[in-house]
Design a protein around this ligand. Structure first.
Ligand SMILES: NC(=O)c1ccc[n+]([C@@H]2O[C@H](COP(=O)([O-])OP(=O)(O)OC[C@H]3O[C@@H](n4cnc5c(N)ncnc54)[C@H](O)[C@@H]3O)[C@@H](O)[C@H]2O)c1
Length: 245
């Protein structure tokens, strides 16, 4: 059945792969990103392949932009049945070097966005007996140096996912994925040793491709996961299953 699926941070990386994966199974995809041109490009590529999508600028930290997106979608008869919260911010610095703006913006973009999405679309998700999937990280489970705000946000996503799954049950299912190292632009600045170390941390000895995260998100949002709610699923090639590296 064709659903309206709204994805944040979908102009690049995992979000773009997720937009493509939903479109390939026939869903109508609302591709959003703070980079509006990137969102429009992803949507255009989907429609050129015969799929259904529109691109929108959405800064997930802005109450006003959530309200504007909501108004535009409702006016167009496109009430979201599925939300994928994927956008993030990560200011890397130990706490004593992280300024207040870096702390607050990381939490607001990466965690506050999930509150905003449910605040905005709880009624459409409920009416559709829909689903939310939140993109957390292995940083919710393990610490790496210099990521206090990101770790707090990603750990918070696990707790918030559990909370929302109770508050909006039984109509809405809410789950999370915890990706390990994924081959996106966030790794562009990493040297070869850093990439090799990350590969070795995964039992599968490689990075994931964005499509390998997207396929789990699509599963969690779909009928095959109809009795799954409140869980956070590592999609990490075994990175958090072993200390061996
Ligand atoms: N790549 C990895 O190794 C990895 C590992 C674990 C978790 N993750 C998570 O996966 C998700 C996607 O990351 P990615 O690797 O695809 O990164 P990416 O940089 O390729 O994509 C992130 C997207 O979010 C958008 N964005 C940033 N700030 C925004 C805002 N305020 N409002 C709306 N959009 C905004 C960016 O423009 C970008 O398109 C994130 O939640 C990230 O924490 C990634």
């Amino acid at each position: 059945m064709k659903r309206v699926v709204c994805i944040t941070g979908a102009g690049h990386g995992i979000g773009a792969a997720t937009a493509n994966a939903f479109a390939e199974q026939g869903d109508d995809v609302v591709v959003t990103d703070i980079d509006g041109a990137a969102a429009e490009r992803v949507a255009r590529e989907i429609t050129e392949r015969g799929g259904s999508a529109t691109g929108h600028r959405l800064d997930v930290a802005s109450d006003e932009e959530w309200a504007a997106l909501s108004a535009a979608l409702r006016a167009g008869g496109r009430a979201p049945a599925v939300i994928v919260n994927n956008a993030f911010r990560n200011v890397v610095a130990p706490a004593h070097e992280l300024d207040s703006a870096g702390w607050h913006s990381t939490l607001d973009v990466s965690l506050g966005s999930i509150y905003r999405s449910m605040h905005t679309f709880h009624d459409t998700l409920t009416a559709a007996r829909g689903s939310m999937v939140n993109v957390s990280s292995v940083h919710a489970l393990l610490a790496w140096p210099g990521h206090p705000a990101y770790a707090a946000a990603k750990g918070g996503i696990v707790a918030l996912t559990r909370q929302l799954s109770l508050d909006y049950a039984p109509e809405v299912r809410v789950n999370a994925v915890l990706p390990g190292s994924v081959n996106t632009r966030v790794w562009d600045g990493m040297d070869d040793d850093g990439v090799a170390a990350a590969e070795m941390q995964a039992s599968l000895r490689r990075f994931a491709e964005p499509a390998e995260i997207a396929s789990v998100i699509v599963f969690l949002a779909g009928e095959g996961a109809s009795y799954v709610t409140g869980v956070s699923v590592p999609v990490d090639g075994g990175q958090t299953s072993s200390l061996y590296s």
